[in-house]
Write a protein of this length. Sequence first.
Lengths: 424, 267
Amino acid sequence: MVTPEFRERYRARTAFVILASTFALLFSVVVALVAMDQHRVLEASQRLQQDTIPQIIRYQRLARNLEQIRQEGERVFSATTPEARQQSLFLIMLVASHPSILEHPQSAEATRDAERFLIETGNLATRDAARIAQRHAEWQNISKRLSLLVDDLSVQGASLATDDLNEMVAVMQLARVKLIGALILVGGFLLLFILLLNRHLIRPLQRIDQTLSSLSVDRPAPEFPDARMAEIHAVEQATRRLHDSLAANEAARRELELLANRDGLTGLINRRHFMVIADAELQHTQGQGRQAVIALGDLDYFKRLNDTYGHAAGDTVLQSFALLLEESFRQSDLVCRYGGEEFAFLFPDSSLEQARALAERFRQRVADHDIRLADGLLIRVTLSIGLADASKSTIESALHDADFALYEAKRLGRNRVIVAAETG
Amino acid sequence: MSTLRALFLGIYLIAGIVQASELSVAIGVQDPSQLAMSGNVIPPNMPGSELIAFNDDLAREICRRIHARCTVSFVPFSAVLPGVEDGRFDLGFGNLLRTPERDKRVAFSAPIWYSSSRLLGTPATAEAFATKLSHPVSVDTLRDARVAALEGSLQLAFLNTIASQHSLTVSSRKTAQEVIEALRNNTADFGLLSVLSAYALLNRDTTRQIEFIGSAVADRGLGGTVHIALPLQNDTLRRSVDQAIVAIRGDGSFQRIARRHFPLGLD
């Protein structure tokens, strides 16, 4: 069994050339056959025109002359005067001299016999008019012979035309059959061509078009049925590669976005990204008439901690603090490293009281949380938090208020939560 | 000035066309008295007038079909071919059979009718020769006889070829009527003429002194198709005349003209 990967494929141009050549060859054969019939009809027509019809005319002329001899022979017997009889005999001799009669042996013999008989009759009648009646019975036999000859010639003439016409009819009927065959052949070939075109080109192209129109990294890689056309197969492969490239690009983009939006030390979102998404979230919340609170937190005496234990210890504290943040707040709450040891919070769908409780609980948790430094030493840090109602203000305004409250928390001795409204 | 020149050129060209459409027609006569009647109509009661009138009508019908003005001249049969050959006549009528020898001298139209030849003579002479020869008289059995034929005719040429073998004394006459007269005044035993010429002459002869003798002959150059003679070099005229013959056959004009003068169809 041949697997699709190793299946033989054809180039569309080659397939088209083979199909078109086959069609042209078959059609040429049929046309040649019809042309041969047409040639035969032409030949038969020319023969009819050049040979048969002149021959028919010759037969007609001959029959007409023989009939005239027969009629003049009757007049020899029915003539009432010797002059009239002689006139008919003279005319018989004239007509009997016509080359059309002389060229036809049967007619020439019959005419010669009739002419001789009638001349003898005329001579006898000149001597004894009564004897003419005695010869009439014999003349009737000669006249009958001439009549039969006239009939035979008429039939022969008609037969000549009939033979040619029958041949032409037979050829035309054959040509009609061939033409019908040619039409069926052309129709069948066109149908086959359309089917093949539809199956191997149009439908695959439509599939590729649909795939490209909806090509997205959110969708799985496109799957195509095995194509027999090499070009289609190549485009499908390219489409798959395009999807793979898009997916790779999207992954890179997300990675870059992550790097751009996150703080490298703590893994929290950075201030720039916080401002963007917090502003959007705040507008959304405010648009629905719900409450929101902005908070700013600052680790107390962090500079001193850095000075005392070193920056590495400071970094460890910040990372530990960030983990604690992620464990302590809701999924919907937004937290970022605002700068240094300062952190910003957005509590959507929260009143000031709820936010204060949340902040207070967190402050307490920070204060109770032991942080192990690299050298094994355990230390604790405290956090001052300033809260501000952001239900009706801008992010900048709320941050300003929260910063003011944070300042108050610092001023009042640190490790506490202060709400901006309380400061008046 | 240039306008006048163009006008004269146009007139000259038109005159040339008119000149080109004037044709001279020769018709072989049957009787010497008809030679003086050139340009006039042969009286219908003259010997052989039917054949001349038929040729005359046919010539005028053809001229009408090819849009030519024809001038008819009545000439001896023997003058028809030389006249056409040397360009004095454009069309020659006269029961002319076509032969390879004549083809070298003149061109021939399509056939206009069919002709054969037949001996002529008095019944008494025929009976006497039949007794002497022990055979009915015919072209093939004829011996030791004086035979007359038309000058320049194929009948005369044929007789000359068999004259010595058949011990014939062959003489020529300028017209068919003179051949008949030779039979009447016993200066010839037999005459050999085309059947239609003889018929045209004998039809009005109520004495019936002269009769057809033996069977008609159409072979050995004595019969076949009859044509109009034309100049060799004028192929355009020949084609026009052929087209006219086809046309007058096709519309029945030929048959009407033939029936006007003869009691049988000539084609």
